[in-house]
Design a protein around this ligand. Structure first.
Ligand SMILES: [Zn+2]
Length: 62
């Protein structure tokens, strides 16, 4: 029974992801989609278009 349920939820998630915009990850600070990450130094990364500063660890996860 559990298999049927998990199959259904996986199908729903795949449909949502193939919908388009979800290829851009959410900004960890403001939840806007991060389209670009600008690197201005070894410790300075800026998400775009929202402009939030990211730590190197955050930038790596996007
Ligand atoms: Zn942001």
């Amino acid at each position: 029974m559990t298999d049927g349920e998990s199959d259904a939820s996986v199908g729903t998630a795949a449909d949502a992801e193939s919908d388009g915009h979800s290829s851009f990850p959410p900004c960890p600070h403001c939840d806007s989609r991060v389209v670009t990450v600008t690197t201005r130094g070894p410790m300075t990364h800026v998400a775009g278009p929202c402009g939030c500063r990211l730590t190197p660890h955050e930038a790596r996860q996007l």
